[in-house]
Write a protein that binds this ligand. Structure first.
Ligand code: PMP
Length: 428
């Protein structure tokens, strides 16, 4: 594949945008090379500025669950745009999407829309602190909850890829209120609660971690967290920015049958426009301004274009009985196919998968937390990434990321991908 124009565009971008990108994960720093500039996308495919077609396994890092340029979403946005793009006043569509979201997700009565997953998680933690009157939070190493200060402590995703899981610029005062636990290690959480009795407002977790590759919760882990939270007056915050409206209509809460106190959303809920949201039962949401004392606001929150895209996306997911099963089946097919060809070619690997989230770790041992995930961030991954790219298959340019499967992928696309891996496995 030729990436001449992408390289030239990147060189131009670097002159005026730090690192040439508006979000670090887009840079190829972890794998080497220059990022690909997209011209357009349709269904399961990206078309870049050099005229290459790539099968897309990132899908805008999750939102395009039904494929790029999904017609109902595009039509909804175009129609809305003709009527004005922002008012800073209430609109009916905000209530419509809120009603639909509340009907799809268990254990929530009210939802507040924001503009990103970062805002959703940041606001959820503030609300948890306001509601409980406590300051400290527990997060898990390798989990990413956006780039607000309290979360840039052993953060996953780009923060890990670029070696800055604890970002400079986060004050010690902020950092000291974020306690760090190991994913899937309930004894570690218990010890932290014990050592900080009566001080912890919430535990925030990706119920299926997706920012250190895909890491499922071990059996009983989420249940035990729930019990610990109940016993210690701590709120359980599920960051479902990746898992929400992807693993099931009701996200991880539904899949694992665990009740969270506050749930954060992003990605799918906006259908590809900048939307995040956080939601909880009435008692908690009543603490939020203008009803309660916890302040949170946004000029563009509930923006009509964003709401139109989100509503069209949620309606599509709500109206289709089998979409989540179909996604899981496609992902399982891919999992089995990749595993077979890697095994045949004697490449050590572990594949983790939950629903339509999957990642290939180049280590034979179980990958269940940040340390074990880091073992697979190696030269094999880099060769794998570039080999796939050369075959026209685009996966995330970092081992600390999940692949997001879209329903637009056909079994021919999956077979093509598996065959491409078979071919390149012989070389790596
Ligand atoms: N939480 C999780 C689990 C995420 O994966 C992300 C983004 N990858 C965020 C929060 C932050 O969302 P955003 O990038 O929209 O701010």
């Amino acid at each position: 594949m030729i990436y001449k124009r992408s390289s030239a565009l990147f060189a131009e971008a670097e002159k005026v945008i730090p690192g040439g990108v508006n979000s670090p994960v887009r840079a190829f720093k972890g794998v080497g090379g220059t990022p690909i500039f997209v011209k357009e996308a349709k269904g399961a495919y990206l078309y870049d500025e050099d005229g290459n077609r790539l099968i897309d396994y990132i899908n805008s890092w999750g939102p395009m669950i039904l494929g790029h340029a999904y017609k109902p979403v595009v039509d909804a946005v175009v129609e809305k745009a003709k009527k004005g793009t922002s008012f800073g006043m209430p609109t009916e569509i905000e209530t419509k999407i809120a009603e639909l979201a509340v009907s799809m997700v268990p254990n929530i009565d009210k939802i507040r829309f924001v503009n990103s997953g970062t805002e959703a998680c940041m606001s959820a933690v503030r609300l948890a602190r306001g509601f409980t009157g406590k300051d400290k939070i527990i997060k898990f190493a390798g989990c990413y909850h956006g780039h607000s200060d309290a979360f840039l402590i052993q953060a996953g995703s780009g923060a890990s890829t670029f070696g800055t899981p604890n970002s400079p610029g986060v004050t010690q005062g902020t950092a000291k209120d974020t306690l760090l636990a190991n994913y899937n290690d309930i004894d570690n959480v218990k010890a932290l609660i014990q050592a900080n009795k009566g001080e912890i407002a919430c535990i925030i977790i990706e119920p299926v971690a997706g920012n250190m590759g895909c890491i499922p919760p071990k059996s009983g882990f989420l249940e035990s967290l729930r019990v610990l939270c109940d016993d210690n007056n701590i709120l359980l915050v599920f960051d479902e920015v990746m898992t929400g409206f992807r693993l099931a209509k009701g996200g991880a809460q539904e899949l694992y049958n665990i009740k969270a106190d506050i749930v954060c959303f992003g990605k799918v809920i906006g259908g590809g426009l900048p939307v995040g949201a956080f939601a909880a039962r009435d008692e908690i949401m009543s603490y939020l301004a203008p009803l309660g004392p916890v302040y949170q606001a946004g000029t563009l929150s509930g923006n009509p274009l964003a709401m139109a895209a989100g509503l069209a996306m949620l309606e599509a997911l709500d109206g289709e009985e089998n979409v989540f099963t179909r996604l899981a089946e496609k992902t399982e097919y891919l999992h089995k196919g990749i595993s077979k060809v890697l095994t045949k070619n004697e490449i050590k690997h572990t594949i983790n998968r939950v629903g339509s989230m999957i990642s290939v770790h180049f280590d034979e041992n179980e990958v269940c937390d940040f340390d074990t995930a880091a073992n697979g961030n190696n030269d094999t991954f880099k060769a794998f990434f570039h080999g796939l790219l050369n075959e026209g298959v685009y996966i995330a340019p970092s081992a600390f990321e999940t692949w997001f499967i879209t329903d637009a992928l056909t079994y021919e696309d999956l077979d093509f991908t598996i065959n491409a891996i078979d071919k390149l496995a012989k070389q790596i």
